[in-house]
Write a protein that binds this ligand. Sequence first.
Ligand code: GLN
Length: 475
Amino acid sequence: MLLDKSILELATGLRKGDFSSVDLINECYDNIAKYNGNINAFITILPRDTALKQAKSVKLTSPLSGIPFVLKDCYVTESVKTTAASNVLTNFIPPYSATVYQKLLNTGAILIGKMNMDAWGHGGSSENTNFGPVKNPWDRSRVAGGSSGGPAAAISARMTVFAIGEDTGGSIRNPAAWCNITGLKVTYGRVSRYGTIAYASSFDSVGPMAKSVQDCSVILETIAGLDPYDATSSPTPVSPYSALLNKKLNDITIGVPREFFQEGLDPEIKTAVLKVAEDLKNTGVKVKDLSMPLFDYGLAIYYLIGPSETSSNLARYDGIRFGLGREFFTDETIRRILIGTYALSAGYYDAYYKKAQQVRTLFIEEYKKALSQCSVLLQPITPTPPPKLGELMSDPLQNFLADIYTISQNPVGIPSLALPCGFTKSGLPIGAQLVGPMFSEELLLNIGHQYQQITDHHLKSPLSKGDLEGLKPKL
Ligand code: GLN
């Protein structure tokens, strides 16, 4: 199937005339017709005819020209419904486009869908959505992860070539781990956030999700860079990431912070993640045990600052300017607005919000110290394999705890690459993350690509298990 190929293989095939962009688009829509009814990854499927029309006239000017992609439904798209998976925006048609979308359109990439997610980014299972939960293509009785669950499930079930996700506290990495795909949470400011429906503005980051590190690097080259519309976007030059993936890993040390591997971590996940360090030793890297004693405070910082920022960001959805009224927020979103409003209110501000910002500074120092002893850190992504549908929703605290390994990087701003690293005995995907200093995307992608040269976890798809075939299409 064409959709098993990498972006660079597809780009070469398109140029050689082995197949056309029309063939690629048709393969995506055929798979959507076969699988999406059972997975529920899409909120909006763009009309096949519109995509085919673009495919027929596309000029092959970049590796992404003629390649189908999807967007998490938190990116505004001119004239295409954008919901953030909330009934508040159920009929919202934006008058302009997000920079990341515009950049992809400029290269001739073809948008085929807007994807299901936890509403406003609030969640880690893609169940907090007004459009029905996303189901994991590896086991449809389980969640796909979140909040970018729709994009991850769609890549994994070969309904798209790649996706743009958003990560505020793990939303690219968690569903990447649970659906067996690759995803990159970029350095804060590496990719413009203009046109992203904000969750927590000082944490939000826009990043690629795809089958491999190489695909992610091709996408990042296109979407990264300074944007006059986003004052927090960075002027740091964008590297030709995909051309630098084969650099030899000289003088690289992988740090393994022991606090990330203690109680609460599923033993099969612990073994698979630690094996990444062992495998990487074959490429010449060294491995070092180290300590990050502040680890335990991560959740508290994140769940004070995140809700504080979201309570402010969501104030604009007042039923007058955009969409419907506040009575359409889900319980999870109302919980976060309440926590944030409380933490920011007079009398509590110093005790909660200000204290959390102070501890955030300590966390920045903690990561600096850890990363001064090694090149990158190896950490788990999720404490457990994907839970059964409904399990996390019934217990808000458990829901927050599931984010323990992915919420500390966003307050610090550093990048993190999520990589498939194996399967549980029952066949559920496991992911690991490599975390580096600010603007170390080039290094992370280089190490990640070398890892994918010596392992094949990322090549496995749920379609090869066969149990998605032959399902009665639900359209
Ligand atoms: N699961 C985390 C939360 O609910 C992260 C979400 C995200 O990154 N958008 O806040």
